[in-house]
Design a protein around this ligand. Structure first.
Ligand code: SF4
Ligand code: SF4
Length: 425
């Protein structure tokens, strides 16, 4: 680790706080992941990734920079990775899932801001995130009001923020706005990387990202089996790593796990007993190391069979069609793919309800746990309609609002256990 220490110092990290963070992640990981029984062997890759979360991957990013490649940090699944890869840059997700530096963050944003936004400030101010420090450009996306306003002061903090506007309605005008923003983003990256978008490099970028998505589709479908061959916690972890790993290596690792799971299914093997209660998780994204609600679910005897969230199916759903012959037509295809994302910042957002129902059916879920981060108005408000829509069709729903703290663990556990009893009866 000593050579990493040098690397972390060069990135300006606060060694003491950073050591404490790594220690905490390691301990939590041990308790939540390594203690699980009968995990697929392929998860060893992800254990390694987490053990090197601020080590090897950061070294790879710095090596890429030394070769002249640029590192682009993002906070939202609306940033088209295809364009980033086409321009020979590296894409890394920056969302954080821990309560760190919140007091310092409250000097910039109000106390009643969601934990996802607060942790973006907290991690920067506490100097503990080597990903933030390794970026050449950070993309802020105008999604909810919280992010939109927070990015105004975040830009001063990081000094390399580029803000992308995003539509809020699924209208022709909304689609035109997305196309215009992707064109601006591509031009910004062309200027930064010195590479020009071509049909060839864009098709290659699309292929790489589609392969990653296809592997995740394959993994998702295997979870329909009974017994379920892999825990929801392990799949959530894969979904989280999706955002910062080398894409080709990630794809190969997921496909290797799928080969193993197919064998497990053929042998009737599962991680939980056959007919264990099955829960679909829906709502806000969960960034590393936010494993709180999934941990409560799976430690209470139910298994997660799908995630209708950006660290889940909302992030990898739908492929980008590469059947076009000009850069502009390919950009239209990219816009078509991203415009389908049913984030709660859109109004109205009815297709999301249908998608949750489809997922319930596909993965044979017995109930839906809707997760909102406290103070996230888009998802908290939408949770009420999700609940009404699903309950109307006889699908049990538990709606949970929580933050990154551990204070409500007891209450959360009681509610989740009662919900599991309800879906069992
Ligand atoms: S929930 Fe919405 S704003 Fe957040 S990452 Fe997903 S698409 Fe972006
Ligand atoms: S969790 Fe909600 S409030 Fe927080 S950034 Fe995402 S959409 Fe905005």
């Amino acid at each position: 680790m000593s050579d990493y220490k040098e690397m972390w110092t060069s990135l300006g990290l606060d060694q003491q706080t950073h050591d404490a963070v790594l220690d905490l992640v390691g301990k939590t990981y041990q308790e939540m992941f390594l203690s699980q029984k009968n995990r697929p062997k392929g998860m060893e890759y992800f254990d390694f990734v987490v053990s090197e979360i601020h080590g090897l991957r950061i070294r790879e990013l710095l090596d890429a920079k030394a070769e002249g490649r640029k590192v682009i940090g993002t906070f939202c699944v609306f940033v088209p990775e295809e364009i980033v890869l086409a321009l020979n840059a590296v894409c890394v997700g920056l969302c954080a899932g821990a309560e760190l530096g919140f007091e310092a963050a409250e000097e910039y944003i109000p106390r009643n801001t969601c934990s996802l936004i607060k942790s973006a400030f907290g991690f920067k101010l506490a100097k503990v995130c080597p990903y933030i420090e390794a970026t050449d450009l950070i993309v802020g996306e105008n999604t909810c009001d919280g992010k939109k306003k927070a990015f105004e002061s975040y830009g001063d903090l990081v000094g390399n923020l580029y803000v992308m506007d995003l539509p809020q309605t699924k209208s022709e005008a909304g689609k035109a706005l997305l196309k215009a923003e992707y064109l601006k983003f591509a031009a910004k990256l062309e200027e930064l990387t010195g590479v020009e978008l071509t049909v060839e490099n864009l098709k290659k970028g699309i292929e790489t990202v589609n392969n990653k998505r296809k592997a995740m589709h394959r993994l998702a479908e295997l979870r329909a089996a009974n017994p379920v061959p892999i825990s929801g916690l392990d799949v959530l972890l894969a979904n989280q790593v999706y955002f910062y790993d080398n894409p080709e290596r990630f794809t190969a690792s997921i496909n290797a796990i799928c080969d193993e799971l197919e064998q497990r299914i053929a042998n009737g093997e599962g991680v939980f007993p056959k007919d264990a209660p099955r829960i679909l998780l829906s709502g806000c994204p969960m960034a590393v190391p936010n494993w709180k609600v999934p941990g409560v679910i799976e430690n209470s005897g139910a298994i997660m069979v799908g995630e209708e969230m950006c660290t889940g199916e909302r992030g990898f759903r739908n492929l980008t069609d590469d059947g076009a012959n000009t850069v502009d037509e390919l950009l239209d295809k990219i816009v078509d793919r991203y415009f389908e994302i049913d984030c709660a910042v859109f109004t109205p957002n009815k297709k999301r309800y249908d998608h949750i129902k489809e997922m319930v059916k596909k993965y044979k879920a017995d109930g839906v746990l809707h997760y909102s981060i406290q103070f996230c108005q888009p998802y908290q408000i939408e949770a009420m309609s999700v609940e009404k829509n699903l309950e109307k069709e006889g699908i049990p729903v538990l709606s949970v609002d929580t933050d990154y703290s551990q204070e409500d663990m007891g209450q959360l556990k009681t509610r989740v256990e009662a919900f599991i009893e309800r879906i069992k009866s």
